[in-house]
Design a protein around this ligand. Structure first.
Ligand code: FMN
Length: 185
C-alpha cells in the first residue's frame, strides 16, 4: 500500500501536482490522508497520559493509534509538503506527533537508540518553495532523520521545485523540469 500524506492546502498546489505525477508513475493504488481534514487532538498532558497508559498496557489496537498503524504498515510513503517558514505546514508536525507511537512506528533499544518498526522501504518527500533560500535542514533533513533513525525507512528521496514565487520566474518551465525528473527518475 502506498500512503500519501498530503499537507498541501491550496487548490492549485504545485507541490500536489508533483506528488500526483509521482503517484501516477509509481502506479499503485494509494491511500491519501489530507492533513488539513484531520482534527488532531491537542498534544496536552491528558493526551500524553492516555497514550502512555495505552502503550504501557499494550493496547496498540486502540482507535487513537489508527494513523500510526497505517503508517507502520505502508509499503511506500509519499509526503507532499509545501515549503513554509523554512520547513513545512504545522499539520505535518501534528501528524508526526500523532504517529510517533512507541511500540508501533518505533521502539528504543536498551542503549536508548531508536529502532524502526515500519514496513516501508522507501519514502518520497515532495516540496515546492517560493524563493531560492531553501535550506533542506529544517524540513527535508528532519523528515529524513525521522525516517531513517526512528521509522527504519532507509531509502529517502527528495523531489523539489524552488523559486516559484520569484517575480518573473518561468514557473511553467521550473515545474516541467521537476515533472520531467519525476518521469525519468
Ligand atoms: C505560510 C507560508 C509560508 C511560506 N514560507 C516560505 C519560505 O520560508 N520560503 C520560501 O521560499 N517560500 C515560502 N512560501 C512560499 C511557498 O513555499 C510556495 O508558494 C510553494 O510553492 C507553495 O506550495 P503549493 O503551491 O503547493 O501551495 C511560503 C508560503 C506560505 C503560504
Amino acid at each position: 500500500m502506498v500512503l500519501f500524506v498530503n499537507s498541501c492546502v491550496r487548490d492549485e498546489s504545485r507541490t500536489g501536482k508533483l506528488a500526483w505525477a509521482l503517484l501516477e508513475k509509481i502506479g499503485d493504488d494509494y491511500t491519501e490522508i489530507r492533513l488539513e481534514e484531520v482534527s488532531f487532538p491537542k498534544t496536552d498532558e491528558n493526551f500524553l497520559k492516555k497514550r502512555d497508559s495505552l502503550i504501557a498496557s499494550g493496547c496498540f489496537d486502540d482507535d487513537s493509534f489508527s494513523l500510526a498503524r497505517q503508517f507502520a504498515s505502508a509499503d511506500t510513503i509519499v509526503i507532499a509538503a509545501p515549503y513554509w517558514d523554512l520547513s513545512f505546514p504545522a499539520s505535518l508536525k501534528q501528524y508526526i506527533e500523532h504517529i510517533n507511537v512507541l511500540g508501533i512506528t518505533f521502539e528504543y533499544t536498551a542503549e536508548g537508540m531508536p529502532h524502526g518498526l515500519c514496513k516501508a522501504e522507501k519514502l518520497y518527500y515532495i516540496m515546492t518553495a517560493g524563493g531560492s533560500y531553501v535550506p533542506d535542514e529544517f524540513g527535508f533533513m528532519y523528515i529524513k532523520a525521522l525516517a531513517q533513525n526512528f521509522y527504519g525507512i532507509g531509502d529517502v528521496e527528495l523531489i523539489k521545485a524552488t523559486g516559484l514565487d520569484i517575480v518573473g520566474a518561468d514557473v511553467e518551465s521550473i515545474m516541467n523540469k521537476a515533472l520531467a525528473d519525476i518521469s525519468s527518475g
